[in-house]
Design a protein around this ligand. Structure first.
Ligand code: COA
Length: 157
């Protein structure tokens, strides 16, 4: 797993993967200026990326983007990227995801993240096009936070 400065991965294939999880190029360019990016590479192919940096609204870190290439999903790459970030960084960490992003909600909670708040209508107010995920229109954003590093089911595996 390699660690890069966020502004060094604003190019293919990293950028394609980042936009796969967050289809707002202007937002991705903005937060990546302050982020670091952990990248997983297998046989020369980029399989996953996790971008994190100072949180916008509290004294801690935020995971801004977590994306695994479709062909490599459900093989533990997303978990390993997050676990590596948690090994490298101390203190509380937040993440924002969609209320219909069931894979991400499951992954974060297995690692011990707890739900902190809901931003109602975030996706309908901030995205030009409707997002349909798991057959449901995505409207609300869930904010999760990890404070206690010992509580995740995936730790110690
Ligand atoms: C969410 C995402 C990063 C997960 O990465 P991954 O490498 O496939 O995840 P892992 O293999 O490490 O899975 C860990 C756990 O997450 C959950 N999970 C992952 N994919 C899932 C799915 N399709 N359905 C339900 N749960 C899922 C499971 O709890 C899984 O544990 P298990 O395999 O023991 O059941 C990946 O699906 C992805 O890139 N999705 C699109 C972008 C996205 O939603 N990013 C997060 C936005 S904040």
């Amino acid at each position: 797993m390699d660690l890069f400065a966020g502004k060094d991965v604003l190019k293919s294939p990293y950028l394609d993967l980042l936009l796969g999880a967050d289809p707002r190029p202007e937002a991705v360019y903005k937060y990546m200026q302050l982020c670091q990016a952990l990248c997983d590479v297998r046989n020369g192919a980029l399989t996953g990326i996790c971008a994190y940096g100072p949180a916008s609204d509290f004294d801690g870190l935020e995971t801004y983007n977590l994306s695994v290439a479709p062909a490599f999903r459900r093989s533990g790459i997303g978990s390993r990227l997050l676990q590596r970030m948690l090994e490298l960084e101390k203190g509380p960490i937040r993440v924002r995801t969609g209320s219909t992003s069931f894979a991400a909600l499951s992954l974060y909670q297995k690692l011990g993240f707890r739900m902190k708040s809901i931003v109602s209508d975030y996706f309908t107010n901030h995205y030009a096009e409707p997002i349909i995920e798991n057959g449901i229109q995505l409207r609300d954003q869930i904010v999760l936070e990890l404070k206690d590093r010992s509580s995740g089911h995936l730790f110690g595996n």
